[in-house]
Design a protein around this ligand. Structure first.
Ligand code: ATP
Length: 400
């Protein structure tokens, strides 16, 4: 229908990018992208007018639109464009183009295929760069020699595709990768763009695949010095993934910055300054928490092994951020005492409130002041230790 609507407005429409690649591989496509040679807004609005319940969001600054069907299906519409990179790693200058130019600006051959939705050529497959053949041979190939220099994020995008679809670098592309790294191309990239891509890499399930590519493509320095024993780091991060999954299962809906757990494990046993050097451009609050945890994790871990009372352990756990807690859990076998105390803290102790408030204590005759603060603290500890449960047992405990 979209193809017909676009044709009525005099513009062809194409299915493009990742969804064509995923269709060829029989993978479910997470999102569906359309490239429109003409006016995106006009096409999006005409489609919305045809189907009741369809939502349209138009972004004038990017010339893109999102169409949401009543059943939740989503289409991303963008104008076909030509890109020119004024300098290495700079953001591109963009102007409208046709579908051929639009495919030529893309990152890899496997992402530079299109399927026509125009009624006159419906279903025609456009593959000017040989993406289908590369996909069949398991090859990741850039479209032109300056691709990685223009946009180094493509290296990390490529790493993701290589891991997800078990691809290897086409030899010429491998040479281009080495040339771009020899030019220290990542140094020109803004920190925010680099970290966004690194985050996507660390979100992949197959961390063993990620490690293999980081080794083979010599990309470790983006994250840390090359690990001397990568199997040890890999298994600690895989444990980290299990702890993240455990947390989401037991605390559904609670926000956790998953990547921070893995980064804490990545940086756990390297000099602090090495981590700080890499974190200088991370969004401030998250980076700050990770660096603080890294300073205290060993100390907290040792103190936890000695803590005899649940209230003492709770205070130690509370000194770490949530990702720091999960990173520490990942370092302990699931059933050891520290791990148990950590899970107990997260599930039971974290949300506990003292059964009696300062106002309750004043009503019982205690004068406001430091003494009252001390009693409140002791009450809370007794509550964490399971000695008191409610107002009544708290009152009895106070009297005793
Ligand atoms: P995923 O399954 O991860 O969503 P995708 O290929 O759809 O894969 P997107 O990031 O949604 O990934 O990008 C959509 C398309 O836009 C890509 O297939 C590619 O053709 C193009 N593209 C995205 N980022 C770049 C880039 N940095 N350089 C060139 N082309 C890009």
């Amino acid at each position: 229908d979209i193809g017909r609507t676009a044709a009525k407005l005099g513009t062809p429409a194409y299915l493009v990018g990742g969804c064509v690649r995923d269709l060829l591989q029989n993978h479910p496509a997470p999102d569906t992208d359309l490239a429109i040679e003409g006016d995106v807004r006009a096409v999006a609005e005409a489609c919305t007018a045809q189907l009741s319940g369809m939502q349209c969001t138009y972004h004038p600054q990017f010339g893109t639109a999102i169409l949401e069907y009543p059943d939740g299906f989503r289409l991303d519409l963008a104008r076909c464009r030509v890109e020119h990179y004024p300098a290495p790693a700079a953001l591109p200058e963009v102007r409208p183009g046709d579908i051929v130019a639009d495919l030529a600006r893309r990152d890899f051959t496997i992402n530079a295929m299109a399927i026509s939705l125009d009624p006159g050529s419906f279903g025609d497959f456009l593959d000017p760069h040989g993406g289908r053949m590369d996909l069949q041979h398991g090859l990741l190939r850039v479209l032109h020699p300056l691709s990685f220099v223009d946009d180094p994020t493509r290296i990390l995008r490529g790493l993701r595709f290589a891991v997800r679809f078990h691809l290897r670098l086409e030899p010429g592309t491998h040479v281009l990768l080495k040339t771009a790294l020899a030019r220290d191309i990542f140094a020109r990239l803004s920190g925010a763009r680099l970290w966004r891509e690194l985050k996507y890499v660390l979100e992949l399930d197959d961390l063993a695949g990620v490690f293999e590519k980081l080794d083979a493509w010599q990309l470790w320095p983006l994250l840390r010095p090359v690990p001397p024993k990568s199997e040890t780091l890999l298994s600690s991060m895989q444990r980290g993934q299990q702890e993240i999954a455990w947390f989401h299962r037991h605390c559904p809906g609670e926000k956790l910055f998953d990547t921070a757990v893995l980064l804490t494990l990545i940086w756990r046993h390297i000099p602090w300054a090495e981590a700080e050097k890499r974190l200088h451009c991370w969004p401030v609050t998250d980076g700050h928490h990770i660096l603080r945890d890294l300073q205290f994790l060993s100390e907290v871990s040792e103190a936890l092994a000695k803590a005899t009372r649940p209230s003492a352990a709770a205070q130690l756990w509370a000194s770490l951020s949530l990702p720091g807690i999960l990173a520490l859990l990942a370092e302990h076998p699931e059933s050891d005492a520290v791990a148990e105390s950590g899970r107990h803290y997260l599930l039971k102790q974290r949300g506990l409130k003292s059964p009696l408030s300062g106002r309750d204590l004043q009503a019982m005759g205690l004068a406001p002041g430091p003494q009252l603060g001390k009693v409140l603290r002791r009450l809370y500890e007794a509550h964490l230790d399971g000695e008191i449960e409610d107002k009544e047992t708290a009152r009895q405990w106070l009297i005793r």
